[in-house]
Design a protein around this ligand. Structure first.
Ligand SMILES: Cc1cc2nc3c(=O)[nH]c(=O)nc-3n(C[C@H](O)[C@H](O)[C@H](O)COP(=O)(O)OP(=O)(O)OC[C@H]3O[C@@H](n4cnc5c(N)ncnc54)[C@H](O)[C@@H]3O)c2cc1C
Length: 496
């Protein structure tokens, strides 16, 4: 499945840095967060390299819906309920900074952006409370929202809140421009280069450069490392236990009826997202949503089918074009994590937990991380820092998330013992479906033909290559002649 944005795009060819090369800054990950961070660091004159395991935009950014909005479904009310209004204001300020930076960047570089309203809608009476709470939270945070009655939708809404003058864009055109700009400022980008580890180089005093370890045992040296990898690739800091991986679906449709202009998001379950995009000077309708926890869907294809059913019921002329899916990470306390991987050490920074709002949050994170490395200070970044006191109040969520993970692990392993491994051994599948991150039992994703981990969201191709998530090593190949369990070996054949 390939997104509308990536369909006609020729990805960067793979390339490798020279082993032993030294950089002021190494940025891991060429999505939006990594490329904006790298550009800011390169502009400031630091020698900067971006290392990308696949190709730029391969993971979330190239598969996003591409809305650049400060009205984000029901997120403001969720943050206000958990953290209060002051933190919500800081979150909105951070997103406003990210949005303004990107809009200015697009304008300066001649990139097309559509300015449209963002609208959160309730289609059921039961969801009107959520829309009303969002209206009140946004007002309290200083956003000029208003109640609305959409007239361009082919179904009734029970309530709606609208924020005018938001934006939508093509994320791959944006990444391509950022890459040229990075190179013009002396920055380097290496695709097909997976980072396996980052360690301090043994030096007297212990605060020397970092060693960045690559797939093929090559290493680089860096003064600082930014992990802009969606979920951090290093387990130090335990971020994988504080994040929740959610996957959802998108389909682009051609319509013969008028395509709605505003960007809609349905409050309630399942989430449904609408926007238009331009193809061959025609508007196509993007429908997104119908998400689930990674590796816990039963059948992913059933979610795509439900999305297509929903769209063709409400837009009878809709003909599907591209279909794709992607995942993002939500933190246990709803706020992104931006800052040091370990407390008190600014040499390795991480940015994650954007909860499907990473165009504004990821850009804000890039501004905050580059500011931190270059000596700047952004007051709005404070509530987003990685080691914040509100984490303590989120421990029950972390406990229940990790209880779910433990349950999955235990039940997964039992099932594995009972049936899966046996079935896998009996099929021509070349790999063992056991995650190389923390040993979770993988589930087969029947729409992407991948192995997905229900514990922390790692995903692997059918041949075992890492696709995304915290894992850095491919799946182990299945032994050609699997050992028979001892019980199955006839007694007479056992060695004395
Ligand atoms: C379905 C969906 C719809 C969304 N819609 C919106 C929207 O409308 N508006 C919005 O604001 N946000 C949206 N988002 C969220 C947004 O797309 C993401 O938050 C954002 O793109 C994250 O960017 P990133 O650069 O942090 O991560 P990514 O784009 O995922 O980039 C991370 C990169 O790191 C690389 N990498 C990972 N591990 C390694 C390693 N070990 N070595 C080297 N490289 C590595 C990956 O290959 C990847 O290219 C959506 C997300 C999803 C899933």
């Amino acid at each position: 499945m390939t997104s509308l944005w990536l369909r006609d795009h020729r990805p960067e060819p793979a390339s490798s840095p020279r082993p032993g090369e030294q950089y002021d800054h190494v940025v891991v990950g060429a999505g939006l967060t990594g490329l904006v961070t790298a550009l800011l660091l390169a502009r400031a004159g630091g020698s900067t390299a971006v290392l990308e395991a696949r190709h730029p935009g391969a993971v979330a950014t190239g598969n996003t819906t591409g809305k650049l909005s400060l009205l984000q479904g029901t997120r403001a009310s969720a943050i206000a309920a958990r953290h209060g209004r002051e933190t919500l204001r800081a979150y909105v300020d951070a997103n406003r900074e990210g949005q303004s930076w990107l809009l200015r960047y697009c304008q300066d570089h001649g990139l097309h952006v559509d300015r449209e309203s963002a609208v959160t809608i309730a289609t059921e009476r039961g969801d009107t409370g959520a829309v009303d709470a969002e209206f009140r939270a946004c007002r309290a945070a200083g956003l000029p929202v208003r109640k609305a009655t959409p007239t361009e939708l082919p179904f009734r809404t029970a309530d709606a809140v609208e924020l005018p003058e938001q934006a939508q864009l093509d994320p791959i055109l944006l990444l391509t421009t950022l890459i040229s700009d990075l190179r013009e400022h002396g920055g380097e980008l290496y695709s097909g280069t997976r980072v396996r580890d980052v360690r301090p180089k043994a030096t007297l005093g212990g605060r020397g450069p970092l060693r960045v370890c690559l797939d093929d045992d090559a290493t680089l040296e860096a003064g600082s490392v930014v992990l802009a990898t969606g979920t951090p690739l290093l387990d130090r800091g335990g971020f994988f236990g504080r994040l929740h991986a959610r996957r959802s679906y998108s389909v682009a449709f051609e319509l013969s009826e008028p395509v709605p202009r505003s960007m809609y998001l349905r409050a309630g379950d399942p989430t449904v997202s609408l926007r238009y995009a331009w193809r061959d000077r025609q508007r196509v309708l993007l429908v997104g949503g119908f998400g689930h926890d990674v590796g816990r869907a039963g059948s992913e294809q059933a979610h795509v089918d439900s999305l297509v059913d929903w769209a063709t019921t409400h837009f009878p002329s809709a003909v599907p074009r591209e279909r794709w899916s992607a995942q993002d990470y939500d933190s246990i306390d709803r706020l992104p994590y931006v800052g040091p991987l370990l407390p008190g050490d600014d040499r390795v920074l991480v940015a994650t937990g954007f909860a499907k709002w990473g165009l504004t949050n990821g850009t804000a994170a890039a501004l905050a991380m580059a500011g931190r490395l270059l000596g700047g200070h952004q007051p709005w970044a404070r509530p987003l820092r990685t080691w914040r006191p509100s984490e303590l109040t989120s421990l029950p969520s972390a406990a229940s998330l990790n209880a779910a993970v433990s349950y999955r692990m235990a039940s997964g392993w039992t099932r594995l013992a009972m049936s899966k491994l046996r079935r896998n051994e009996a099929t021509p599948c070349p790999v063992r479906p056991v995650c190389t991150h923390l040993g979770g039992v993988l589930e087969w994703n029947d729409t992407e033909s991948s192995w997905d981990c229900p514990l922390h969201g790692s995903r692997f191709a059918a041949d075992g290559r890492v696709l995304e998530g915290p894992a850095t090593r491919p799946l182990h190949p299945k032994p050609l002649h699997p050992k028979r369990p001892p019980d199955a070996v006839p007694h007479s054949a056992r060695p004395e």
